[in-house]
Write a protein that binds this ligand. Structure first.
Ligand SMILES: [Zn+2]
Length: 64
């Protein structure tokens, strides 16, 4: 069963940002529309600047 989840962005100084699935804890270096591990539909990214919740903006942001 698919659930709704989101990416939690972790910024690093010496290496690329990581994105952590809120549902299963999977980490990836690029946010995707669905979690590659648990299959949750990702509603957005929560990071230092707050929520990115406009899917139109995410279409450009996601790399898939
Ligand atoms: Zn997941």
């Amino acid at each position: 069963m698919r659930t709704k989840a989101y990416w939690i962005r972790h910024s690093h100084i010496l290496r690329r940002d990581e994105y952590v699935c809120s549902a299963c804890g999977e980490t990836t270096d690029k946010p995707k529309k669905t979690c590659p591990n648990c299959g949750s539909t990702m509603k957005g990214v929560q990071g230092d600047a707050g929520w990115v919740d406009e899917m139109e903006a995410l279409d450009a942001f996601f790399d898939d």
